[in-house]
Write a protein that binds this ligand. Structure first.
Ligand SMILES: Nc1ncnc2c1ncn2[C@@H]1O[C@H](COP(=O)(O)OP(=O)(O)O)[C@@H](O)[C@H]1O
Ligand SMILES: O=P(O)(O)OC[C@H]1O[C@](O)(COP(=O)(O)O)[C@@H](O)[C@@H]1O
Ligand SMILES: [Mg+2]
Length: 483
């Protein structure tokens, strides 16, 4: 802990456990492409604040080491033998990250030995490697998926580290989600235990954008953009038929960021259901009542549902389930004719190539990862924190999963954009208030407003308005109500 509550959460370095490692001047100094840059090295003391909104007397809080080229590097280019592996689910931008790691190693540092591991962690010990050169990766960023293949499972630590040793690999770039980063952390521990001169670098991947600390994960923007096509189609269908209802299911088993951003971006969505915000279908203030109201007012409506919204049972497709329930409710109970179309673009939104802004992001991410490894840092994940790339210890990335905060401004904006009610029952609202009561008070903004959303007040209003409300009705057919 430093002055004024300054905390540096630093990442490990090869020199922490290997003594007398030689260093070399960074070859970037002689790179003609960078000769125009005023200052291209990061200062060793540069750190990035996790919290940028602070009060005059509040502690300065957690900081991470700033990513970027260092004056000296811990590898001679000729000695580097790097490998790249992609694990877990697909995400737009995987190929761009692979391409840019290869290009950064070759063109910035003059490294010429880079290989791909085929098919995720298990590829280390069960498959041949794939040679990677700038020529091989030249146009892979225009393709979805990963040219290296991916897998879940297969993390046998001993076999992977044996393979790293046997192949003489000394830089390991691991692209993947929370599970992958946990795996990377275990590899780092085993490599340290064996005293190997091998840098382990994680590059966070999650289409759901639920990795903590970093501003945003690559591929998320591309996925949200692709989701617009499904929402637009649902809107076209809904507006073309009497009492048209378009239902779109989007990815998000545990978090609703894709659904929330896609709904906000579209402007066509009347109702967005996410895992973080419980809902109920029947009764006053429920989803059915809202749908009926929208159909009467507007003649059509679009519902976006994240795959984990209200799901206790992962086997049930929530999009199909809710579509069936809506149809049953309106045809059998309300005797009202509706036209419902269900669109499920789940894998379409992640099987695409990344868009332009994600490509730029992936490039910076890959370069930061390479600069970190060349500077001898290890056991870290790279990512933007308040718009500046930083090296983050593995455990900060894996200790929790980000979820949409339904007491935050963003969710309030979503509610205000769709006009949907919060669907919160009085008990659930009270729980949320209870859960949030120890949170720090909002920091007043300079113009006298607060950054605290009015959402909690809304919840209190809802409780007040609904205090005589009937409890949500049980489903008649014995199915579990996923609300
Ligand atoms: N706790 C863990 N320890 C070691 N390896 C893990 C751990 N969790 C997941 N992995 C490995 O990470 C890889 C990807 O994990 P998975 O959870 O499927 O995807 P993601 O990285 O996208 O979250 C798999 O090969 C899996 O074996
Ligand atoms: O069908 P798969 O391959 O298990 O992947 C689907 C799941 O992966 C996710 O996209 C999450 O993966 P990531 O966040 O690791 O990219 C979930 O939303 C989704 O349920
Ligand atoms: Mg995961």
């Amino acid at each position: 802990m430093g002055d004024n509550g300054y905390v540096l959460e630093d990442v490990p370095h090869l020199s922490d456990y290997i003594s007398s490692l030689p260093t070399y001047p960074n070859p970037l100094k002689k790179n003609p492409s960078y000769s125009v840059v005023n200052q291209y090295f990061v200062d060793e003391d540069d750190t990035v604040a996790q919290n940028i909104v602070v009060r005059k007397n509040s502690p300065r809080g957690i900081h991470f080491r700033r990513a970027g080229p260092s004056q000296n590097v811990y590898y001679k280019p000729d000695d580097v033998n790097a490998c790249i592996v992609t694990c877990g689910g697909l995400c737009p931008g995987l190929n761009t990250v692979i391409r840019e790691i290869v290009c950064a190693l070759y063109s910035i540092y003059g490294v010429t030995r880079v290989m791909g591991i085929d098919g995720g962690y298990r590829g280390f010990y069960s498959k041949n490697t794939i040679p990677l050169t700038p020529k091989v990766v030249n146009d892979i960023h225009k393709r979805g998926g990963t040219i290296l293949g991916s897998s879940r499972g297969g993390h046998v630590t001993k076999k992977i580290v044996d393979s790293i040793e046997d192949r003489g690999i000394n830089q390991v770039y691991i692209i993947g989600g929370d599970g992958t980063q946990k795996g990377a952390s275990v590899l780092f521990e085993e490599i340290t235990r064996r005293g190997l001169n091998v840098a382990v670098v994680g590059i966070p991947k999650t289409i759901d954008n639920d990795i903590p600390v970093i501003d945003k994960s690559f591929g998320f923007d591309s996925a949200v953009e692709e989701a617009q096509r499904a929402i637009s189609a649902a809107h076209v269908e809904a507006t073309s038929f009497e009492n048209g209802i378009g239902v779109v299911k989007l990815m998000g088993r545990n978090s609703g960021f894709i659904a929330m951003y896609a709904s906000l971006a579209s402007g066509d969505v009347d109702c967005c259901l996410i895992p973080e915000s419980h809902y109920y279908l029947e009764g006053r203030g429920g989803v059915f009542e809202y749908i009926e109201q929208r159909l009467k007012e507007n003649g059509h409506m679009v519902v976006v549902v994240a795959e984990g919204a209200g799901q206790d049972d992962e086997q049930v497709d929530v999009g199909l389930w809710i579509s069936k329930k809506i149809k049953e409710h309106f045809s059998k109970e309300k005797k009202m004719m509706i036209n419902l179309k269900y669109i499920d673009p789940t894998y379409m939104i992640r099987g695409i190539a990344s868009n332009a802004s994600d490509n730029v992001y992936c490039t910076l991410l890959a370069q930061s990862a390479v600069h970190g490894a060349m500077a001898g840092y290890t056991g870290f994940t790279v990512g933007p924190v308040n718009n500046t790339h930083a090296y983050i210890p593995f455990d900060r990335i894996t200790e929790k999963q980000n979820r949409v905060d339904i007491t935050d401004m963003m969710w309030a904006q979503l509610l205000s954009s769709t006009n949907q009610p919060s669907f919160l029952s009085t008990t659930r609202s009270a729980d949320i208030i209870e859960a949030n009561k120890d949170e720090e008070p909002p920091i007043p903004l300079s113009d006298g407003e607060t950054n605290q959303p009015s959402f909690l007040t809304t919840i209190v209003d809802i409780i007040e308005a609904n205090k005589n409300e009937e409890p949500p009705t049980q489903l008649s057919d014995g199915e579990t109500n996923p609300c």
